[in-house]
Design a protein around this ligand. Structure first.
Ligand SMILES: Cc1ncc(COP(=O)(O)O)c(C=O)c1O
Length: 396
């Protein structure tokens, strides 16, 4: 590992496979019919997408671009779950005709249904607005207790939407989508959401083929719910309202599949004394592992580059290599002073990092695959030429 060019992400194949397999096994043990649909937005590295496809998973996409990417990777249209407000009309209609699971998110999409060919029945789903302030306030962030997504039962727009959909003789409303990442990712929150959609299905006499519970699960982590605990509790609640011998349960995990299979390896490039502390600058940035700048602790390990014993110092502040003053990561108290060339490896940083990394100051870092004890390069770091070549240089 010491010889890898840094900064770089390292994808651990074994952990990736274990996460997918564990989820699939738990689904199989709890539901007669289920679909694992991987949320592309969480990390769209083609290697990961390919692995999900190899294991018969679906691709959950939320834009025309993600939809096209899933097709490029090789997902059959019928193995795509298409969500979100960023669908194009063309891909929306193509997906429905091709047998994808398409969950309606916007009013425009309901209008587009008119353009589907007559003489054949097409199926669609609809996203229900999950207002945690109503359903489960203890699982919501203060400023995000309501959701921007889905059609609200409480405001009356859900009923309006299904009434409009039902005017189309060639459309069957066959699914409800209820994704809501909660603050706590708790089992109880899923139970309450399942109860809520069960009651809606009853109230509106919906004859459903699938229930899409969405993502938001913890990965394989100590002291957190296991996949089996999540799915057994979801099954228990859903079977009160649905015949699970017939109804398919769709899940859309992202974090649970990729969070723990990716590390980020960086090197110390400078050590300076300022006031009475040291600033240790690395060749990675907070942008690479915490693009929301919200984390207040990091799981990391330190790897010394030489055997020399350095002095203990009171405080070291580890900072990113960008020119942003606030690109600071963490503090080390009462430890040996780090030296240029030492490595800092940040653990479990696969979710919402690579897809959100900006092209700021330094372009995309390399990605290595760790498989059977060997490292191989699966994405070469972007250099200036890669950046420059995406522009129409003829017109410069
Ligand atoms: C519709 C939908 N499904 C699935 C996910 C994946 O969530 P997570 O990565 O927390 O599992 C998201 C995340 O925002 C989402 O918006």
């Amino acid at each position: 590992m010491i010889n890898l060019t840094t900064p770089a992400y390292v994808l651990n194949n074994e952990i990736l496979e274990k996460s997918i397999n564990d989820i699939k096994d738990s689904l199989f043990n709890n539901f007669k019919h289920s679909i694992l649909s991987y949320s592309l937005k969480t990390n769209s590295l083609p290697y990961i997408l390919n692995k999900v496809m190899e294991k018969n998973g679906y691709a959950e996409v939320v834009s025309k671009d993600e939809y096209e990417l899933a097709k490029l990777v090789g997902f059959d249209i019928s193995n795509i779950v298409y969500n979100g407000p960023l669908k194009s009309k063309e891909t929306f209609l193509e997906a429905i005709i091709g047998g994808a699971i398409v969950n309606i998110e916007t009013k425009n999409e309901i209008e587009w249904l008119r353009e589907l060919p007559r003489g054949k029945i097409f199926t669609i789903g609809i996203r229900v607005n999950i207002d945690l302030a109503v359903i489960s306030p203890e699982d919501s962030k203060l400023d995000e207790d309501y959701s921007r997504f889905g059609f609200s039962v409480e405001s009356g727009e859900f009923k309006e939407a299904i009434d409009k959909i039902n005017t189309h003789k060639n459309i069957k409303l066959s699914g409800l989508h209820a994704h809501r990442t909660t603050l706590t990712r708790s089992i109880l929150a899923y139970s309450k959401i399942c109860e809520y959609i069960g009651k809606i299905a009853n109230e509106y006499h919906l004859d459903l083929d699938y229930i899409d519970i969405g993502g938001g699960y913890y990965g394989i982590m100590e002291n957190k719910p296991t996949f089996n605990e999540y799915f057994s509790s979801i099954a228990k609640k859903l079977e009160l309202y649905f015949d699970l011998n017939k109804t398919t349960v769709v899940i859309e995990p992202g974090n649970a599949i990729v969070a723990s299979c990716l590390d980020f390896i960086t090197s110390v490039i400078d050590v300076k004394k300022i006031r009475d502390f040291h600033v240790v600058t690395i060749d990675g940035s907070r942008n690479d592992i915490d693009p929301f700048y919200k984390k207040n602790n990091y799981s990391y390990s330190l790897l010394s580059s030489n055997n020399a014993v350095s002095a203990f110092v009171n405080t070291q502040i580890v900072a990113g290599g960008t020119c942003l003053e606030y690109d600071k990561l963490f503090k080390i108290d009462n430890k040996q002073l780090l030296s240029v060339g030492d490595k800092i490896i940040f653990r479990s940083v696969g979710a919402y990092t690579m897809t959100l990394s900006p092209l700021f100051i330094r372009f995309f870092p390399s990605v290595y695959l760790l498989k059977d004890g060997q490292y191989s390069l699966i994405r070469k770091n972007w250099i200036a030429k890669d950046f420059f070549n995406i522009y129409d240089t003829v017109n410069l």
